[in-house]
Design a protein around this ligand. Structure first.
Ligand code: FAD
Length: 418
């Protein structure tokens, strides 16, 4: 009998999962009907949003970071460009603006989104006094605002956690420092990162390094400060502390998908309750989740969505064969952190092992270095864009980088000292 698999969401995770599943089904001669449903005719390479405000070469307009989604849908996958309006785990159906579809297994890869009206005043001042870079429109608007900036108090504010790519605000601070130096405005600007975290980042060794790096660039870090209110000249935290600004760059609060909560699968803000090892939904059978719409304790990153897609495909095929899903997901995340002036740091970690120094992907040889600012890491960050379009989305293997984190090349002894 042919099993019908619906994959919801046509972003990074949905496309990778659909393409990997179709390839694996063809290899095994398994009879599967795979439908990918999503609403985005254009696919945004989201890591490119970081560079757009600074108009870096290769990142000047949307055509530099967007491609038509349909071109990445491989053989064996039917792509339905439709807005999904409901998921019903009891009747195993998904409803869209165009119709209704039954499934035998469902994969949720609906991502997450920034929400302005969770913070008083943010919506009102958005695009006028408060700017962002987490969506294509806001990143382009910020590029204009930066052209007009003449110095003063520049705040980069993380409203609340969780957010996509938790290192992006740190990268943004570094690129802002570079931008201001190049424009002769750095000595006229106080650059401050305001964050709800206890430091620049969460993992202790990495946090220490990144906080020190930002201090070296004279970027002030205000920790333990989430965002309650935005006015036209200051932000306020829940305890009433006010911080004035001349230019505000905000990473607004994030929510998952209301579809997930409405289906009884979520945590109340749209993140699906997910078994962190099997990636199965905790509240219904025959549903897997991957990418930003899960509630698993790792970074919301494209690399994570890719690694999780491999696990979901493996476990889904096991369930179709009547076998239980295996606890294969380890929270593996691999992130380049752009630090300005042509350098970057690379971190590689999972649920249990925080980032440590070392070499990646090959022990001794690298060529990338972990927890160290290098030129090669920066070139790796730039190379990720063609790799994303040509290898990752079409579901090709990325050599030497597996879905589970390897400790090979990592200086694990550093963990004993912390
Ligand atoms: C500024 C920035 C920098 C980043 N940098 C990096 C980086 O350097 N490295 C890295 O690994 N990651 C990075 N990320 C994060 C990465 O882009 C995301 O984690 C990744 O795209 C998550 O994939 P996903 O499939 O879960 O969600 P998405 O790629 O967001 O896809 C979700 C899809 O679901 C669709 N959808 C949602 N609701 C519906 C509906 N009702 N009907 C139909 N379709 C729907 C959406 O249209 C979208 O296509 C960055 C993100 C940002 C914002």
């Amino acid at each position: 009998m042919t099993a019908t698999i619906l994959i919801l969401g046509d972003g990074t995770g949905g496309l990778v999962a659909a393409n990997l599943l179709a390839k694996e089904a063809a290899r095994r001669n398994a009879a599967l009907q795979i439908k990918l449903i999503g609403q985005s005719p254009m696919h945004t390479y989201q890591p490119g949003l970081l560079f757009l405000p600074f108009q870096k070469p290769g990142y000047r307009g949307l055509s530099d970071i967007q491609r038509e989604n349909a071109q990445f849908v491989g053989p064996g996958v039917e792509y339905l460009l439709e807005r999904i309006s409901a998921v019903d785990p009891h009747s195993r159906t998904v409803t869209t603006a165009q119709g209704s579809y039954s499934y035998d297994w469902l994969v949720l890869a609906l991502g997450c989104r920034t929400v302005l009206d969770d913070v008083e005043g943010l919506d009102e001042h958005w695009g006028k006094r408060a700017f962002g870079f987490y969506t294509p429109d806001s990143a382009l608007r910020l590029a204009q605002a930066l052209q007009e900036f003449k110095g003063g108090e520049l705040l980069i504010d993380v409203a609340d956690m969780p957010i996509k790519c938790p290192v992006a605000p740190i990268e943004f601070a570094c690129l802002m420092d570079e931008y201001l130096i190049e424009r002769g405005l750095r000595s006229k600007t106080n650059l401050t990162l305001v964050t709800p975290l206890t430091g620049a980042f969460t993992k202790p060794i990495c946090n220490e390094m990144l906080t020190g790096m930002l201090a070296g660039k004279n970027v002030n870090v205000v920790p333990n400060a989430s965002l309650a209110t935005v006015t036209d000249k200051a932000i306020a935290c829940p305890d009433g502390k006010e911080i004035p600004f001349d230019l505000l760059v905000t990473i607004p609060p994030h929510e998952g998908s209301a579809l997930i909560d409405d289906a009884g699968l979520g945590d109340g803000i749209g993140f699906g309750l997910t078994d962190k090892q099997t990636l199965k939904a905790l509240k219904a059978e025959r549903i897997f989740l991957l990418g930003d719409n899960t509630n698993v304790p790792t970074s919301k990153a494209g690399s994570v969505a890719h690694f999780q897609a491999e696990v979901v495909v493996h476990n889904l095929l096991r369930e179709i064969d009547g076998k239980p899903a295996l606890p294969l997901a380890d929270g593996h995340a691999n992130c380049f952190i752009e630090t300005g002036f042509g350098k970057a740091i690379l971190i590689d970690f999972n649920y249990d092992i925080q980032p440590v120094p070392g070499k990646f992907p090959l022990p001794l040889l690298g060529p990338m270095s972990l927890l160290k600012e290098t030129r090669i890491n920066h070139l790796g960050k730039l190379a990720f864009k063609p790799i994303y379009w040509k290898m990752l989305l079409p579901g090709h293997n990325i050599p030497l980088v597996g879905s589970r984190m390897s400790t090979s090349g990592k200086r694990m002894e550093v963990l004993q000292q912390h």
